[in-house]
Design a binder for this molecule. Structure first.
Ligand code: SF4
Length: 800
């Protein structure tokens, strides 16, 4: 297509976050000269955020990595030598082979960050081809996976808010879609619906932009979401507001549970039993003419059995609104209002965010929200929460399926398998536990991990406990990474490879299973700069040099897509023409034979599982339950005398994506320095004024950020921005672009008792800290002290 002034217009997709917005790239003489939103794109319809608009500045940034680099000095010394691709690939292949030869494939770990496109499946597929199940990353147990697994356990699928279906109520729970777009669930759609009259409930400790527009804002204490959900359920149950028809017919609420053992009752054929109200007997749940009791306790052959609903009711009764209010720091009346509004307004879409995933209750937060969707009957209805019919098995699904072909032993030994059974090990077959990986590098226990493959990651900023990450990276035998720019973590690498932006490569933006529109295409608009190469081809080349390419027959990513798209009856070229490979929308599939011929959901019981068989099988409470956070005014009042604030990290900024984009001048100008939000009352008490340097100190470390006075949160809270480094500063260790100055992850814990017991994710929200004003000079000194301390720890015998 021709644009104005003889430019060529390439329709593609933006990958500067998970959004996958459609873009039109104007290309003149082989150079991208303009980028704009694609009004014809079915997903984003012309929307382009500030990051997307700065894409060309990023593409041609003077600091882009354009050639392979090899470490020239000591690790972290900041000296690099340009090498050929041949040497880079040969070195990577030889070093990885050496590590595998000495210690076995599990000694190689690696993963992505949340890089500017979907590369997680590529590095995962690479590691799995090496025979390693130790695939990791910040965006796994700590982000999305707990919610996704909770939804899958409850429904058999992941259900996403159906903004296209015209919800009359939107519940944003720990989610800021207007800032942080994920997987095609774009915030502008939510705002459109709000403007169109949809009601809005926002559950967030901070008064976000959406909270300001909300009918009801619930400023919840971090980590207590499951309590709020149980309390809302209590109101719905007591006031008979729940969708009784849906719950009775499509959930396992009427199923009988042995009150002593917790087992679901089954007959000799394996049918789940319910209590028939007419015969006063247990009968199979699909017994013709049966009228199952929803509530109650019954004597079955001398054993006390209760319905799932009865157990849920008893659990919820522990969290009456006044009790829940005391735990969550909410008003009891607001909990009641939220419950009534959600139950009474149909259809209602619940959008949940990462706020649910980053504390010890992650495995129960997601489950509780999924059960709320069930009680309100909002699943797979237009404007509720829906799951599209996938166009094809996406790349991530393919990678996970390939992973399942690895020997059982590789999962029994996967790091974290012994404890975090919903994420690691033979039952889950997903990701290794990040802290366990660090310990294996540092201690060699339970076995050595000696090599790290990073595609797009910056673990010094995005993993909890930055100093431990530093020690671990310094101790590796081999560390290779690919990215757009050098960053603090890559400064510790042996080989650094130049990766392409979304303007320079082909991809399908993997949203299958999340969003209603499936996979968005991204096509090469300009030739890769310098010697930049696609990560997919690089991984294939390394495997070939290692002689381990038996299951990697593809030369290019287009070869791979052509193969994967066959089941959708498409080629890559056709997907490009169509704008992507889009899923089909079909509602109320559980009422048809879509999942099971007799109807129902693709779960073990065929019903929406209020009582989770997956959670129970793996040793976790099958009903949502709450554990008080380890550092809180209630669990450790003594500690809180010294560290009186409850800290949230991880709130999103519109112009950055985690630790990315600090070097893009247009974006940096919008938010040049890290900021800690502190309530004006707390600030006044501490003599802190707007713009002062503030040191935030937890029992684990310190960081300094500028004070931003913010009245939209409880005075007991602090919000510390994450992802901060300073690309303009000194690169060599231990300074590493100031990585220890303003890094929220110098504060965060990554060990017991701060890990979610099911997924192993760490606590990034809801831990203790104090804050005090410092001068600029003190701020600089603190940064150097933290950096020096981190380096000195690398010199201890255990870290060497
Ligand atoms: S929301 Fe994400 S994908 Fe869309 S334009 Fe912004 S950065 Fe790009």
């Amino acid at each position: 297509m021709d644009g104005r002034n003889g430019t060529r217009i390439v329709r593609s997709g933006c990958f500067l976050c998970h959004g996958g917005c459609g873009i039109r790239v104007h290309v003149q003489d082989g150079r991208a000269v303009r980028v704009e939103g694609d009004p014809e794109h079915p997903n984003s319809r012309g929307y382009l955020c500030v990051k997307g608009r700065a894409g060309i500045e990023l593409l041609y940034h003077k600091d882009r990595l354009l050639h392979p680099l090899k470490r020239a000095g000591a690790r972290g010394e900041g000296r690099w030598e340009r090498i050929s691709w041949d040497e880079a690939l040969e070195t990577c292949a030889a070093e990885l082979k050496k590590v595998i030869g000495r210690h076995g494939p599990l000694a190689v770990t690696g993963g992505d960050g949340t890089k500017a496109d979907e590369v997680a499946w590529i590095v995962d597929l690479f590691l799995l081809n090496l025979g390693s199940t130790n695939r990791t990353g910040p965006g796994r147990a700590q982000c999305m996976f707990p919610r996704r697994a909770a939804s899958n356990a409850t429904w058999g699928n992941y259900y996403t808010p159906d903004y296209e279906g015209d919800p009359r109520l939107i519940v944003l729970w720990g989610d800021q879609p207007e800032i942080s777009n994920h997987n095609s669930i774009l915030g502008y759609k939510m705002l459109d619906k709000r403007r169109g009259g949809a009601k809005l409930i926002v559950i967030d400790p901070r008064r976000t932009a959406a909270a300001r527009r909300a009918d009801l804002w619930l400023p919840i204490r971090p980590g207590t979401d499951v309590v709020l959900a149980l309390s809302m359920m209590h109101v719905m149950i007591e006031e008979d507001l729940f969708d009784r028809a849906f719950v009775e017919r499509w959930s396992n609420a009427p199923f009988l549970v042995d009150a002593e053992t917790g087992d679901l009752l089954r007959d000799s054929q394996g049918n789940h039993l319910v209590w028939d109200k007419d015969q006063l007997l247990p009968v199979p749940n699909d017994w013709p003419g049966a009228r199952p009791a929803l509530c109650g306790a019954f004597d079955v052959h001398g054993r006390v059995c209760k319905t799932v609903w009865q157990l849920l009711k008893e659990r919820c009764a522990q969290y009456t609104p006044p009790k829940a209010a005391a735990i969550t720091w909410l008003k009891a009346g607001d909990i009641v209002r939220a419950a009534r509004l959600y139950a009474a307004t149909k259809p209602a879409a619940l959008a949940w965010g990462v706020g649910l995933d980053q504390c010890i209750n992650a495995h129960q937060n997601g489950r509780a929200c999924a059960i709320l969707e069930c009680l309100t009957g909002n699943v797979d209805v237009p404007g509720g929460n829906m799951h599209p019919v996938p166009c094809h098995r996406g790349c991530r699904t393919f990678t996970d399926a390939f992973g399942e072909t690895l020997p059982e032993e590789a999962y029994r030994k996967q790091l974290g398998a012994d404890r975090f059974r919903l994420c690691s090990g033979p039952a889950a077959k997903r990701y290794a536990n990040n802290p366990a990986v660090l310990r294996a590098i540092l201690t060699g226990e339970p076995y050595p991990v000696r090599a790290w493959v990073a595609i797009g990651g910056n673990p010094l900023l995005t993993w909890s406990n930055a100093k431990e990450v530093y020690r671990a990276l310094m101790k590796l035998d081999f560390f290779m990474g690919a990215d757009l720019f050098m960053n603090p973590s890559l400064q510790l690498a042996d080989i650094v490879l130049p990766a392409p932006t979304h303007f320079e490569k082909e991809r399908l933006m993997e949203t299958q299973g999340y969003g209603p529109f499936g996979n968005v295409r991204c096509v090469r608009a300009v030739e890769p700069l310098g010697e930049v190469r696609d990560e997919f081809e690089v991984c294939g080349d390394i495997l070939r040099r290692m002689g381990m390419d038996r299951n990697w027959p593809w030369r290019t990513v287009v070869d791979f897509y052509d193969e994967r798209l066959q089941e959708a009856g498409m080629t890559w070229r056709e997907a490009v023409e169509a704008g992507g490979a889009f899923d089909r929308i079909a509602y109320r599939k559980h009422e048809t034979g879509h999942y099971r011929k007799e109807g129902g959901f693709p779960t073990a019981t065929g019903r929406a599982e209020i009582y989770s068989t997956v959670w129970r099988r793996n040793g976790y409470d099958p009903l949502p339950s709450y554990t008080e956070l380890p550092e809180s005014p209630y669990s450790d009042p003594e500690l809180m005398k010294e560290y009186p604030f409850v800290v949230i990290t991880g709130g999103r900024l519109p112009n950055y994506f985690h630790s990315q984009h600090r070097q893009v001048a247009t974006l940096r100008r919008l938010h040049p320095e890290p900021q800690t939000q502190i309530h004006p009352e707390a600030a006044a008490r501490l003599g802190i004024k707007k713009g002062d340097w503030v040191c935030v100190e937890s029992p684990r470390g310190r960081c300094v950020q500028r004070a931003r006075l913010f009245s939209g949160m409880d005075p007991r809270l602090l919000h510390v921005e994450h992802g901060w480094w300073f690309p303009e500063e000194e690169a060599a260790a231990p300074h590493l672009y100031g990585v220890f100055r303003s890094n929220a992850n110098t504060l965060t814990p990554n060990a017991d008792p701060f890990l979610d017991p099911a997924f192993g994710g760490y606590t990034l929200r809801g831990f203790a800290a104090k804050a005090y004003k410092v001068t600029e000079e003190q701020a600089t000194r603190i940064a150097w002290e933290e950096a020096r301390e981190a380096r000195e720890e690398t010199l201890t015998p255990s870290a060497r």
